[in-house]
Design a protein around this ligand. Structure first.
Ligand code: SF4
Ligand code: SF4
Ligand code: SF4
Length: 431
């Protein structure tokens, strides 16, 4: 799994219309030991003899409750970890069998987020047969990926992940690549992007790695990383881990890739971060929580049935209940009533409210809003400098793409516009 995981959020902005739950059937258990992982440490929150495997009772309760709590015709299950494939194919066969009788007229879809190292032909046959969408974590070419994504002996995982990727391609399983951008990764944007391109990857999402050194409350819990920022107080320690990306360098990383992409690959390669930006520019709500106005629509369920406000907030104070006794919609409502959702918007510092790119950024994930602004206000995102640089830089391209789309033309014509003067016949007859 990756660091700044960005969950899709339902189209609607209120819970009764849709609710997204990420399931962690194996809890924080993983066969790898990535340097920047923020899941592994969560073992400290469970008993030493914890059995990290979702029981039949919890699985059944979750499936029934999740399907029935969705008013939408499509119910999207997302399975992640730790490393969910550790549970074996039979566990996932059980999921499919349990979903069938409760789906009714609804369409049920499944996604699996994996580090790819345990994939086999059998796994891929299964994933293909049941139309799983697979997210595979790969940070770039070997020397970049192996810098942080290590196994338990400290060896790089690149070769195994690439075997997994090739198997997904061989079996034509739908997949996307989730690439973490840690400190050193950010120095090699084109190495990363061109590598993905050379491997035939068409869907990519970049996730910036941001973590702080532990504060007193996380130390008390036995964690090695700090929990979510307090958006209203300035007292937080803001020292980040050595693997956290430098804000401006994250902006430069995205810009370098965007410049390459916008000249050659629009409409052929889908970099989700770029798609979200265009989406925001044309006035649509963000499909991902990080750049949505509010939080509160993406719960997470742990292997033992405990439900938390989101995957970035698996801490005792964010626990909403347990699936074996509580209802998902009630738990989501409880989360919203606690203010978890709106605080992202209401606690925005003036610096963000007056920002030219607020519509695209929306202040970023509250967990990482631990910086104080130049005007001494708390609650600014650590990556602000990078976000702003990136969004400001791409505005000129977004403007052209939005005009193309408004006039019924594909956004990919922006590549022609860059090569030379582009004449667009506008809908009202102007040029
Ligand atoms: S693959 Fe790496 S980042 Fe993902 S859960 Fe395992 S150790 Fe953590
Ligand atoms: S770019 Fe910075 S100032 Fe602008 S909305 Fe994002 S975090 Fe706030
Ligand atoms: S805190 Fe909000 S923005 Fe951050 S991961 Fe959770 S739901 Fe998404």
């Amino acid at each position: 799994m990756t660091n700044e995981q960005t969950h899709p959020v339902p189209d609607s902005s209120i819970v009764p219309q849709g609710l997204h739950v990420v399931a962690k059937p194996v809890g924080p258990l993983c066969n790898l030991n990535c340097e920047y992982c923020f899941y592994l440490e969560k073992k400290a929150l469970f008993a030493p003899d914890e059995r990290y495997s979702m029981s039949d009772e919890v699985l059944r309760a979750f499936i029934i409750n999740y399907i029935s709590s969705q008013p939408t015709p499509v119910v999207e299950f997302v399975w992640q970890g730790g490393e969910p494939t550790l549970l074996g194919i039979d566990f996932f066969k059980k999921i499919i069998e349990l979903q069938k009788p409760f789906a009714g007229t609804k369409t049920v879809t499944n996604s699996l987020q994996t580090n790819g190292t345990l994939l086999t032909d059998k796994w891929c046959e299964f994933l293909k047969m049941h139309n799983f969408m697979v997210g595979i974590s790969l940070d770039g070419p070997k020397e970049i990926h192996d810098r942080y994504r290590l196994d338990r002996k400290g060896a790089g995982s690149f070769d195994l992940v690439m075997c997994g990727l090739k198997l997904l391609q061989k079996h034509e399983v739908e997949y996307n690549v989730l690439a973490c951008v840690a400190r050193e990764t950010a120095h090699k944007p084109l190495d990363v992007y061109l590598f993905f391109k050379s491997q035939g990857v068409e869907f990519i999402q970049f996730s910036p790695v941001v973590e702080r050194l532990p504060d007193s409350s996380s130390t008390e819990l036995g964690l090695r990383l700090a929990g979510p920022a307090s958006l209203k107080e300035k007292k937080e320690d803001t020292e980040v881990t050595p693997w956290s990306v430098i804000p401006e360098e994250y902006g430069d990383f995205l810009i370098a890739i965007y410049e390459e992409w916008v000249r050659n690959d629009v409409g052929k390669i889908f970099v989700m971060n770029f798609e979200w930006a265009l989406n925001a520019w044309i006035g649509n709500p963000s499909p991902v929580c990080v750049h949505a106005k509010q939080c509160g629509h993406s719960l997470v369920i742990e292997h033992n049935g405990d439900v938390f406000a989101c995957d970035h907030c698996v801490y005792p104070q964010y626990k909403l209940g347990n699936i074996t006794v509580d209802n998902l919609r009630d738990m989501a409502e409880k989360s919203l009533q606690s203010g978890f959702g709106v605080i992202k918007e209401t606690a925005l510092p003036g610096w963000c409210r007056e920002c030219d790119v607020l519509a695209a950024c929306q202040g970023g994930c509250p967990k990482h809003r631990f910086v104080t602004t130049y005007h001494d206000e708390p609650g600014l995102h650590y990556l602000c400098e990078g976000y702003k640089k990136f969004f400001l830089h791409i505005r000129k391209y977004l403007r052209v793409m939005a005009t193309l789309l408004e006039n019924g033309l594909p956004a990919s014509r922006v590549m022609d516009a860059i090569k030379g003067p582009l004449v667009i016949r506008l809908k009202n007859g102007d040029q």
